[in-house]
Design a protein. Structure first.
Length: 122
């Protein structure tokens, strides 16, 4: 197997971010974070969420979807794809993001870190 690095040098902490390539095909596991939380006010939260797009992208977020509970606009589901779950964990556990969550009125977020097993369209 050949190891392809995302950057020119590989640090120990980025070990889990390696893309493994075989001679016949590339194996790439998609990595996601599912966050479920209540916010004090969706419009206020969304403004701060949008302002943080640059730091989320720099931290490794590739794409996201926002969902809300059917009958409660202040219960939010943030589903996002990340380049590396270790980077996502560092980002979501950082002091900077803790402060942003407080300003945004986030109540007790639940973070679920996920590896894709399979994808299919029916």
């Amino acid at each position: 197997m050949n190891y392809v690095k995302k950057k020119s040098s590989l640090s120990t902490r980025d070990f889990f971010c390696i893309i493994i390539r075989t001679t016949t095909h590339q194996i790439a596991t998609m990595q996601y974070v599912l966050i479920i939380h209540e916010v004090e006010s969706y419009p206020a939260w969304k403004t701060i969420f949008d302002q943080a797009a640059g730091i989320r992208k720099s931290a490794g977020e590739i794409s996201y979807q926002l969902l809300r509970y059917d009958e409660d606009a202040n219960n939010i589901v943030h589903f996002s794809q990340w380049s590396c779950l270790e980077k996502a964990r560092r980002f979501f556990e950082s002091a900077e993001l803790l402060e942003i969550r407080k300003r945004a009125g986030v109540k007790a977020p639940n973070f679920i870190y996920l590896h894709e097993l399979e994808r299919c369209t029916l």
